[in-house]
Design a protein around this ligand. Structure first.
Ligand code: AMP
Length: 190
């Protein structure tokens, strides 16, 4: 069983490469951002609770995110492996993920960190906002999300480096070329 954390700032290409990975390696994609957006569009209790947080580009509280994650894991007992996209985003979440997966004897196998410089991220997110209408892809919220990433999420690079699981991938260029590098790292693990 392979469990992959796909890591990087907003706009790095986590979603794009997650979709390709799950298709190629027959894994289950868990995007906490997608889950929250779906809950918001369906106006569920959880959706209403997190709507304002996403709109401001802040992080949903750890206990809530972990609860959502554990419930998705439990709904997929037959999975061949998971791709965690946009999770973990804090040290507390990473520790909870390790605790949960280790207790099931299915630890995180590797972390793929997509490295993209800030100007490129802003450009990509503004383009996505214009194309898709995603409401947190506007300049003010993008800047907030990048601040949150630097302060709360980037420290995870060190967390996974210490566990010897970190693989950094240059995330600029043709998607096919970046994905070839992603596959190269995964294939070396299986
Ligand atoms: P994403 O689609 O991954 O960029 O996530 C969109 C938004 O959902 C983020 O800006 C956060 O508000 C929220 N979110 C997604 N995943 C998490 C997480 N692991 N922890 C806290 N908030 C999250």
């Amino acid at each position: 069983m392979l469990n992959i954390v796909i890591f990087g700032p907003p706009g790095a290409g986590k979603g794009t490469h997650s979709v390709r990975i799950v298709e190629k390696y027959k894994m289950v994609h868990i995007s906490t951002g997608d889950i929250f957006r779906k809950e918001i569009s369906e106006q569920t209790e959880l959706g209403l609770e997190v709507k304002g947080i996403l709109a401001k580009g802040e992080l949903v509280p750890d206990d809530l995110v972990v609860k959502v994650l554990v419930s998705v894991l439990e709904k997929n007992p037959q999975a061949n492996g998971f791709v965690f996209d946009g999770f973990p985003r804090t040290i507390v979440q990473a520790e909870k993920l390790d605790e949960t997966l280790n207790s099931k004897n299915i630890p995180v196998s590797l972390v793929l960190s997509l490295d993209v410089k800030e100007e490129e991220l802003i450009e990509r997110l503004l383009k996505r906002g214009a194309e898709t209408g995603r409401s947190d892809d506007n300049l003010d919220v993008i800047k907030q999300r990048l601040d949150v990433y630097r302060n709360q999420t980037e420290p995870l690079l060190d967390y996974y480096l210490k566990q010897n699981k970190l693989n950094t991938i240059h995330g600029i260029g043709k998607i096919d070329d970046i994905f070839a590098e992603v596959c190269h790292v995964i294939d070396a693990q299986i």
